[in-house]
Design a protein around this ligand. Structure first.
Ligand code: ADP
Ligand code: ZN
Ligand code: ZN
Length: 723
């Protein structure tokens, strides 16, 4: 009989010992069914220790070791252990997160590919050429012809995806085996000089760990660099992990990769894929049957033997950070993984996160740049419209209205970009520069209408909402960013001849809604788009030449110190949407703060200038990346209960707080009410990452023992994005 140590997905930060009569050394990393309380759970065998601290008589036998499924690799065990350690999450929960759903359920997964690439047959090409009666099938066929060989699961989610089976039945398309010679790779573009320099610098079949920040303006050809690097890795017999922030927003990337590597075994892992498809992809990767894994956040946990390269596209994107459960950052985990496995990692972006930019500036990452667009189109021009001087008509200035009218006359498209992120209502004076700053923090206080107070979400300081400006006496104090919600209606009224289309999460709830909207825009069925951050990413619209930005100021003075960074990233990105083909683009930004350095950097498209400036501010304010934070969050039906728990946690922390650490007060969260629960937070800060980590290591076990009501939930968030 031997001891089997198991990680089980329960919110308890420990491993559990069982016995087995048959366990052998190769079972390390295998999934196992065990009895836990009255339930049967699937866990992972993480150790086969010689003895247990628990008496043999009290140990239960395992139910079943799942030997149909290969064991998780040592690398994978190391990776999940690191995540558990760094994010102070129970190891069993981390492993459950990292395992695909069907493995967690211990279902047998058949890894044969039932998600083939679809390609047009000669009959399909003929059908396409005939001017037949328009039908779903024909529209789907045309979409497939345009997209090139596409996974069935992907094609099925297109607007006419329901016709996919029909196409197969009519033999207009056929399932191409991944190594089908009928698919020929697309011809390679000649590299630009800048691309060649970048590739030279990363030339490293075996350079070991090499972190690269690849900073390139939109359209500079970063994706082309990724593809060339992937090609090299594949040629050397290595595998590639390619992470993207939201695959739902970038359906073209998978097609681009598939077209470039028609013979490669590509596994796409994203939320759009079903549980079985995800599980199959994971297992294929684990068994060495995948060359390229392409996926969102969670794909960072895909086991990949012979891993040779990691790419994180849009590394600055906040969606790499999981905001619930195990709160890991896929980008940071990817960097750790590259380091652990001694391979290069490329972090690509037009607007680096301040964290990465600082690493690059201080020499920890290699900083490589693409400063010009690959195809000779100029970057858009950026113009600021000072709305203190201009009169607004329903939130729109005259220059913006005129610019839209010009586009309409020229049959070009306009995008009006509404900034909704960071929409915490900060109070501002329209007559002077006063905003509701906190006297104790570098943050601004937020308007709470329910109790009519201005509250700092950093230190908790609050006071009644003033009736007049404390600086100049102006009585018309207003929360920043009002009046943008009704924009769609105003635009429709102002331009009755135009087709106005709103594009945000509300109208594009599912991936297929989104693809349908995209098709509409591409087909030129909209003149004015009104959109939120969804519109900012990765799409090229031929005729889109104007981007108007309204409501940006709220983020400038938001209480969230990261809001300006996000604003800059978003506006650079959304600006990059203007004029990507042969037509020149223009960006107009309405603001009351036209002299603000952020907008000045934007005008020059100067990401470095902005990074320097923002880092200076962060240094002075003592914010990340110059300090390291962890946030203890609690929620309960009543705010008092959440606060009381955090106060107990705080008292406990104070008994053992090192000098390098700073403990704030327990305060309600900015979004303090969510899903009928009240949320509060306790922020811990340190100038040294190690000191914070050590403290958390001691404090966390004590937190599990603190008295807490049945309805109370708490969690720790290391490197929180949203404080
Ligand atoms: P990014 O990812 O930096 O926004 P992409 O890689 O998507 O840029 O490239 C932008 C456009 O330029 C794409 O249409 C791409 O096909 C094209 N492109 C990239 N590199 C080259 C090149 N070396 N020669 C010609 N076209 C290129
Ligand atoms: Zn404060
Ligand atoms: Zn004032």
């Amino acid at each position: 009989m031997s001891i089997v140590r198991v990680a089980i997905p329960v919110p308890i930060p420990q491993l559990f010992d069982y016995t087995s009569d048959h366990a052998v050394a190769t079972d390390l990393g295998r999934c196992v069914r065990v009895r836990f309380g009255s339930r049967i759970e699937t866990g992972v065998i993480v150790d086969l220790p010689a003895s247990s601290d628990i008496a043999d008589s009290r140990l239960r036998p395992v139910e079943q070791i799942l030997r149909d499924t290969p064991a998780m690799s040592a690398d994978w065990l190391d990776l999940t252990r690191f995540v558990a350690r760094y994010y102070h999450a129970p190891i069993g929960e981390v492993m459950a997160l990292a395992l695909p759903p069907e493995l967690r359920r211990a279902t047998t997964v058949d890894i044969r590919d039932d998600d083939p690439l679809l390609a047009l047959t000669p009959a399909g090409h003929t059908a396409l050429a005939e001017a037949g009666r328009p039908s779903r099938a024909r529209r789907q066929l045309a979409a497939l012809a345009e997209a090139g060989p596409t996974r069935k699961s992907v094609a099925r989610q297109w607007p006419d995806g329901s016709a996919t089976a029909d196409l197969l039945r009519r033999r207009w398309v056929y399932p191409a085996a991944p190594s089908n010679p009928a698919l020929t790779p697309t011809p390679l573009p000649t590299l630009t000089d800048e691309q060649a320099v970048v590739l030279e610098a990363i030339d490293s079949a075996d350079a070991g760990f090499l972190p690269v920040l690849l900073q390139g303006v939109t359209g500079a050809g970063k994706t082309e660099v990724y593809l060339r690097l992937a090609e090299r890795a594949l040629a050397a017999g290595r595998t590639v992990l390619l992470l993207v922030p939201e695959i739902a927003l970038t359906p073209q990337l998978e097609t681009r990769v598939t077209e470039r590597f028609p013979h490669a075994r590509i596994v796409a892992l994203h939320s759009g894929a079903g549980d079985m498809a995800r599980s199959r992809g994971f297992l294929r990767a684990l068994e060495g049957d995948a060359d390229i894994v392409l996926g969102t956040r969670l794909a960072v946990f895909t086991p990949l033997p012979r891993l040779g390269l990691i790419i994180v596209d849009e590394e600055h994107d906040p969606s790499y950070k999981q905001q619930e459960g195990v709160r890991y950052s896929a980008r940071d985990v990817a960097v750790w993984r590259a380091h652990h496995q001694g391979v290069p990692i490329v972090l690509g972006t037009a607007t680096p996160s301040l964290e990465s930019w600082r690493h690059a500036a201080e020499g920890r990452y290699r900083h490589l740049r693409l400063t010009r667009r690959a195809v000779a189109t100029a970057l858009p021009t950026v113009r600021l419209i000072d709305t203190r001087r201009a009169r607004l008509d329903n939130g729109l200035s005259k220059p913006l209205v005129e610019a839209i009218a010009q586009r309409l006359a020229r049959r070009e498209q306009s995008l009006i970009f509404l900034n909704r992120r960071g929409f915490a209502p900060v109070l501002a004076c329209p007559s002077c520069d006063w905003v509701s700053a906190c006297p104790h923090c570098a943050a601004n206080r937020v308007v709470h209408l329910t109790d009519r107070r201005l509250r700092c979400h950093h230190c908790g300081f609050d006071s009644p909402i003033p009736i007049a400006c404390p600086e100049c006496g102006e009585q018309d104090l207003q929360p920043l960013g009002r009046g943008t919600q009704k924009l769609e209606t105003h635009l429709a009224e102002r331009f009755p001849e135009a087709r106005v289309l709103r594009v945000d999460r509300d109208v594009a709830r599912s991936r297929s809604d989104w693809l349908a909207l995209l098709a509409k825009i591409h087909a030129g069925e909209a003149d004015i788009l009104v959109g939120t951050q969804m519109m900012a990413k990765g799409h090229d619209f031929e005729r889109l030449t104007l981007v108007g930005v309204v409501g940006a100021d709220a983020a400038l003075y938001a209480s969230d110190f990261r809001a300006p960074e996000r604003l800059f990233q978003q506006l650079m990105q959304v600006g990059g949407r203007a004029g990507r083909s042969h037509l020149p683009g223009e960006v107009l930004i309405q603001t009351e703060f036209a002299d603000h350095p952020l907008f000045q950097c934007l005008k020059r498209q100067d990401a470095d200038g902005y990074a320097r400036l923002a880092l200076d501010e962060r240094r002075q304010a003592g914010f990340p990346p110059f300090t390291f934070q962890a946030m203890l969050g609690a929620d309960a039906p009543q705010l008092e209960e959440a606060i009381a728990f955090l106060q107990r946690a705080r008292d406990d922390a104070l008994s053992d707080l090192p000098a390098a650490l700073m403990l704030y007060d327990a305060v309600p969260m900015r979004m303090h009410r969510l899903a009928r629960r009240e949320r509060a937070q306790l922020l811990i800060e340190s100038t040294e990452r190690a000191a914070l980590q050590q403290f958390l290591g001691r404090w966390m076990p004590r937190l599990y023992r603190l008295p807490a009501g049945r309805e109370l939930r708490w969690r720790i968030d290391v490197d929180p994005l949203d404080v």
